[in-house]
Design a protein around this ligand. Structure first.
Ligand code: GLN
Length: 473
């Protein structure tokens, strides 16, 4: 059914980068046979799961929506993929995203943008735009996204689905292509909090292959999802209702909060005083880490390599011209063929947003600016975490809008990186603090676009966070 839906819908939505129909049917058949043979089947037996194309899948192309990795076929599975396979899920396809997960609209994909199923003139959000759109269009029941600064929650909000960014360390990052390692988390996406709980049950847990993964017991999220929560205390962040917030989103979020109140929750206004520095801090730390992580794509070890013949011919021509002018300085500065190869491969392999981040990050990590930018950002990050710690002394959950505005038009923000970065206003502090955050649907604008409600909780409290979301749904 889902494969047929992909056939019918995906030419229009373009949520997927690759779907191997035969492979998916074969793996579904194998699970059926296992069941028929009376063998025990896994928790996700036969359920199709779509995977953001940033997670390594053995023998299946993993591109990160980049020309750099266009033909990269990983020789191993990410831990999350291993766990899904052990649970007998059917991996139905790899979904589109912003290149290397940098962006908030899926327009930075090197291959094609994805469209929002609610209105195909609009973006699905990003960077996990394909993973959210395939759910909204009924092309998969469950998907896996990643979230470094909002990339699960913002597309979930734009597409009217649910998504959870777990606590940093809850889900293994082994086999996840790194963007900003101290912020990246893999997380579940589905229609409801219950869907997310079912997936999180499978993917969460300690992994010796990821030194930052937490060695903590994993609760049974799906089993406990319907248990009531008594004496709920919700905090509304006053900084989240300032200028820039769309009034219909503000009204929908307030209405959702009233639903909780009517069910007995206590609601309190709180402050995250350093949240106004969230965007600035994130856009120093994330590019710094990205510039370092992306240094590995040199065109030599693996990934895209420029056409060597052309490169050597260009080098020879430049050299000849400098020699004919007897330009000694120019000749001295001329890159050798190896440096040329790196430079040309990276220039051709990376898209504009990735280059922008590499340049920003290289600058903020450079000897002269390291203290002024990178170290300063780390200090502010600590203060942001402190804000959360203080807030959670008073309240169980922090509730607010996921995004300042609903889904926007394709092309609307592509020439304005700052406008695009402001999309992440309410989501980046979650990653900077390392706490879990969810987005669940909470209504529609008058023009019929989905609105997301963001809920955040204390670290490693996903169990209660999912329950709290389930109460509303
Ligand atoms: N939109 C943010 C960025 O561009 C977040 C991306 C993400 O979470 N991967 O960095």
């Amino acid at each position: 059914t889902y494969l047929d839906q992909i056939k019918q819908q995906d030419a229009r939505i373009q949520a997927f980068l690759h779907v191997d129909r035969e492979a998916a049917l074969k793996s579904a058949k194998a699970i059926d046979d296992k069941r028929a043979a009376g063998k025990e089947v896994g928790k996700l037996a036969g359920l199709p799961v779509a995977i953001k194309d940033v997670l390594c899948t053995q023998g299946v192309r993993t591109t990160c929506a980049s020309k750099m990795l266009e033909n990269f076929v990983p020789p191993y599975d990410a831990t999350v993929i291993t766990k899904l396979k052990q649970a007998d899920a059917v991996l139905i396809g790899k979904t589109n995203m912003d290149e290397f997960a940098m962006g908030g609209s899926t327009e930075n994909s090197a291959f094609h943008p994805t469209r929002n199923p609610w209105d195909t003139a609009l973006v699905p959000g990003g960077s996990s735009g394909g993973a959210a759109a395939c759910l909204a269009a009924g092309m998969a029941p469950l998907s896996i996204g990643t979230d470094t600064g909002g990339s699960i929650r913002q597309p979930a909000a734009f597409c009217g689905v649910s998504g959870l960014k777990p606590t940093y360390g809850r889900v293994s990052r082994y086999g996840l292509v790194a963007f900003a390692s101290s912020l990246d988390q893999v997380g579940p996406m589905g229609h409801t909090a219950e869907d997310c709980a079912i997936l999180l049950d499978v993917i969460a847990g300690h992994d010796a292959k990821d030194s930052t993964s937490a060695n903590l017991a994993v609760p049974k999220y799906a089993n406990s999802i319907a248990q009531p929560l008594a004496g709920l205390k919700l905090g509304i962040v006053k900084e989240h209702f300032g200028t820039g917030l769309n009034s219909e989103i503000a009204a929908a979020v307030q209405a959702a909060v009233q639903v909780y109140e009517s069910l007995g929750a206590k609601v309190k206004e709180i402050s995250l005083p350093h949240s106004k520095y969230g965007i600035a801090t994130y856009y120093i730390i994330a590019p710094s880490e990205a510039s370092s992580n992306l240094a590995r794509y040199d065109g030599v070890h693996y990934g895209y390599r420029c056409e060597e013949k052309t490169m050597l011919a260009e080098l020879a021509a430049e050299k000849a011209s400098l020699e004919s002018k007897n330009d000694k300085e120019g000749l001295r500065k001329l890159d050798n063929s190896l440096i040329r190869l790196y430079r040309k491969s990276r220039s051709e392999g990376f898209g504009p947003e990735v280059k922008r981040r590499i340049m920003l990050g290289t600058y903020t990590l450079s000897a002269g600016y390291y203290d002024a930018y990178y170290v300063k950002a780390l200090k502010v990050r600590r203060l942001i975490r402190g804000d959360y710690d203080a807030a959670f002394k008073d309240v169980d959950f922090i509730v607010g809008p996921t995004t300042p505005s609903p889904a926007f038009k394709l092309g609307e923000k592509t020439d304005d990186p700052l406008a695009m970065y402001l999309e992440d206003l309410y989501t980046v502090t979650t990653n900077l603090a390392g706490v879990p955050g969810m987005s669940i649907p909470c209504g529609f604008t008058t023009s019929g676009l989905p609105i997301g409600l963001q809920m955040q909780s204390q670290p490693f409290d996903e169990e209660r966070l999912l329950r709290a979301a389930h109460i509303y749904q």
